[in-house]
Ligand binder design. Structure first.
Ligand code: AMP
Ligand code: ZN
Length: 114
C-alpha cells in the first residue's frame, strides 16, 4: 500500500536488513529498540490494525507466532523468556498502521506496561 512505511520496507524501498523472511512475513530490528533484542514481525499483507483482521487472516497470525518462537530461540531468549506485543490504535500506542508484533527480550520487563 502506498504511503505505508512497512509496505515500503517489505517492497525493499528502504534499506532495511531483514533478519527473517518467508512468503507470508518479514522480521527486522526496530529502529528504536526498547530491549537488547527488539524485532518487528510483520505480515506482507497490509492489514491496518488488529480489529481489521478477517477470518482468513488468523492462520497468518499463527504463522507469525511460529516465527516468533523460532526467532526467540535463535536469539537465545527461550530460556529466560521474552515478550510479544501488538499495539492497537491510539490507546494501544500504535504508530505504524500496518499490523505488527514486537518481539522484545534480553532484559526483565515490568508489568503492567505504561
Ligand atoms: P508501534 O508504535 O507499535 O506501531 O510500532 C512501530 C515501531 O516501528 C516502533 O517501535 C518504531 O520504533 C518502529 N519503526 C519506525 N520506523 C522504523 C524503521 N524504518 N525501521 C525499523 N523500525 C521502525
Ligand atoms: Zn502496509
Amino acid at each position: 500500500m502506498k504511503d505505508c512505511l512497512f509496505c515500503k520496507i517489505i517492497a525493499g524501498e528502504l534499506d532495511t536488513d531483514l533478519v527473517y523472511e518467508d512468503e507470508k512475513m518479514v522480521a527486522f530490528a526496530d529502529i528504536n529498540p526498547q530491549a537488547p533484542v527488539h524485532l518487528l514481525l510483520v505480515p506482507r499483507k497490509h492489514i491496518p490494525t488488529l480489529v481489521d483482521l478477517e477470518e482468513e487472516d488468523y492462520s497468518l497470525i499463527g504463522h507469525i507466532y511460529k516465527a516468533a518462537n523460532q526467532l526467540a530461540r535463535e536469539k537465545g531468549l527461550a530460556d529466560d523468556g521474552f515478550r510479544v506485543v501488538s499495539n492497537c490504535k491510539d490507546n494501544g500506542g500504535q504508530t505504524v498502521g500496518h499490523i505488527h508484533f514486537h518481539l522484545l527480550g534480553g532484559r526483565f520487563m515490568q508489568w503492567p506496561p505504561g
